[in-house]
Design a protein. Structure first.
Length: 392
């Protein structure tokens, strides 16, 4: 789609403020407190990524804490296991997703039941029947509850020697099982229907979304959480969806519910926004300080982050030590609407302290005249971050 003459010209500074506002990083405590705040944050963002690395607090807790200053880990546990307002499934990665959006993931589950899953081709029908029989009979369980497996050689360093683990994961992707609770990275699996109460006469599962409804959902989710969108940002790691998404965008541009945006420095990459979003483009930005997870939605789309902020984040956990620039687990630091530093942190839980392994100034933080005040403000936030790390 060629960019018409009515494109809205936008500077990177304006774009940053819009994206920051859409991510709810421009105000303190935008979702309030408690489990309901956790559910509201996941609903607004659309997903909160899960990852196993715990050099500092795991990213799903970190992302929520960034937007909920009084966040407690138990709030996420309640939202998932008791209130059942969030559930786990694959977006571009394993993530917490609003339970109200489950219908948009049912077609993928059905496809895995029909065609299998490329990661779990070694799971035998007997292994799958075994774990399903155990859960139907005994209720929810973890892999630790299964102790009669004949151990096998690992196919991958992150894999398990227990065939039942891969069977549980396959049943999860097929939608037969859901993760009803998570303690650290230990997952409790339960029948999807039993967890959500669909096994009773008075309740039934939601109707699976159509392909068109899924594309509308992905576009609306991106507009809500990103403010300004591109095909890459809407369809992050989902290239097959781009053609249908482009057609949907074109129809909204014709209806004038979306406006093309000529973003400074974007060259030929097209962007769009809703008219109401553009009206706030010149609003003053935030002055808050945020220590961001490298898996935060503001950071995870690396090319987008670099375009908007002029900051190319490097995730160096798997980079040889001698080749690291920022450090093993560097965290970007957002001050106002600028990323000004990347700080490699490690939590020494035994000693009860947060360790700064390396501090790198980037962007406007690289200007020496601004560093003194920036450092003071960042250190104040680091103290708050340390209290969160060691709270539970």
């Amino acid at each position: 789609m060629s960019r018409p003459n009515t494109s809205f010209a936008m500077t990177k500074a304006e774009a940053r403020r819009i994206w920051q506002r859409a991510q709810r990083l421009d105000v303190s405590a935008p979702f309030g407190d408690g489990p309901q705040a956790t559910a509201a944050a996941v609903e607004h963002l659309g997903y909160v990524q899960i990852d196993t690395i715990n050099v500092i607090e795991r990213c799903h807790h970190h992302i929520l804490w960034t937007r909920i200053p009084n966040y407690q880990r138990a709030d996420l546990r309640q939202a998932q296991s008791i209130d059942k307002t969030v559930f786990e499934y694959w977006t571009h990665a394993l993530s917490y997703v609003p339970a109200k959006d489950l219908r948009f993931f049912l077609p993928a589950m059905k496809q895995h039941r029909r065609e299998g899953h490329k990661w779990f081709g070694s799971v035998t029908p007997a292994d799958l029947r075994k774990v399903m029989r155990l859960i139907r009979r005994d209720g929810a369980l973890t892999i630790r509850d299964i102790d009669d497996d004949v151990l096998v050689d690992k196919e991958h360093p992150w894999a398990s020697r227990k065939p039942s683990k891969r069977a549980l994961q396959l049943a999860f992707y097929e939608g037969q099982l859901t993760i009803s609770e998570r303690n650290g990275m230990l997952k409790t699996y339960e029948l999807m229907a039993r967890h959500f109460g669909w096994d009773t006469p008075s309740s039934k599962p939601p109707k699976p979304a159509t392909a068109r409804e899924i594309h509308i959902y992905l576009l609306d989710r991106a507009l809500r959480a990103q403010g300004i969108v591109s095909l890459d940002s809407i369809c992050h790691l989902d290239a097959p969806s781009k053609a249908a998404t482009r057609r949907l965008v074109e129809s909204r541009v014709r209806a004038k519910s979306l406006v093309p945006v000529a973003l400074e420095g974007a060259a030929k990459q097209e962007h769009w926004a809703e008219p109401g979003t553009l009206e706030a483009a010149s609003d003053r930005g935030s002055e808050l300080v945020h220590i961001l997870s490298p898996f935060d939605p503001l950071i995870i789309q690396r090319k987008r982050t670099e375009l908007f902020f002029g900051y190319g984040h490097r995730f160096e956990a798997y980079v040889p030590k001698e080749k690291r620039l920022f450090g093993y687990f560097a965290l970007p630091v957002l001050v106002g609407d600028d990323i000004v530093a990347a700080i490699d942190l490690k939590t020494d839980r035994k000693a009860g302290t947060l360790l700064v392994q390396k501090w790198s100034w980037v962007g406007n933080g690289a200007r020496r005249g601004a560093r003194k005040d920036l450092k003071r403000r960042i250190e104040e936030e680091l103290h708050r971050f340390e209290r969160f790390q060691l709270a539970e």
